[in-house]
Ligand binder design. Sequence first.
Ligand code: AMP
Length: 307
Amino acid sequence: MSLVVVGSMAFDALETPFGKTDKIVGGAATYISLSASYFVKPVNVVSVVGGDFDQDHIQLMHERNISTEGVQVKEDEKSFFWSGRYFNDMNSRETLVTELNVLGDFDPIIPESYQGCEYLMLGNLAPQVQRTVLERLTNRPKLIVMDTMNFWMDIAMEELQKTIALVDVLSINDEEARQLSGEYSLVKAARKIMAMGPKYLIIKKGEHGALLFHEEKVFFAPALPLEEVFDPTGAGDTFAGGFIGYIAKTGDISFEGMKRAIIHGSALASFCVEKFGTERLKNLSQQEIDNRVQQFVSLVKFDTVLQ
Ligand code: AMP
């Protein structure tokens, strides 16, 4: 059952067609751990923040049974800061600012209580740091899932490829899959990326859902058609958190099990985008989650008669 999540904890400043926020709490590990906490307890986080980080948020993590024993606090430094702006379709965004701050020289520490974990989620972070975490775990987890982004493809492609080679599942968006593989067709891109190491590849397509590739098999999960999307920030991480959280809960790492996990990840992501930042992920009920999953089932289920 045990899950370790590695990734950024951040301050974000966001601009969407619906409004703007000043600095609010964000970061890959933040979204992943909140999302996974609806499926598995505890969620063990490895990250780093500055002395300026929001203590109320750490408190919230504790209330949701998220362990921050592996979160280093650099009292005299500033937390990672990211700022982004979404275009009208909300599917594409531009990064305005990335200030690595404490992430610049992050040397991850794995607490003894995290050792022996069965599942590992390597959230978006410098690829060499993701690899260091792997090296510092005494046993290889049963399943390693990794997320990354174009930022690291631009500045650390070689390091990124070394890390990708070590994981079981890679989760990236369609643009990133094209950049990583040099192929426009996502089917060709998937084949090339799986040849780099991961046996499973998830390609996220924003409001158009997500694809899961494994050998010659493909599964498609739609995104829930929502009337209003306020802020897509963290949707990919929330998706990943729901995916690994559900797998950690069920222990099922078969392709069929991963299909169910992708639907649960998509359900959690559909909540994330309804409000700014992590707001909507703070207090979901089991009933709300079950209803969403049921909506997904209805969305894709159909009968047909073959002629
Ligand atoms: P997503 O919308 O799922 O891609 O994730 C957005 C989150 O990723 C934001 O909360 C950011 O703080 C975080 N983020 C953005 N750029 C980076 C980066 N280069 N490394 C780590 N985390 C990042």
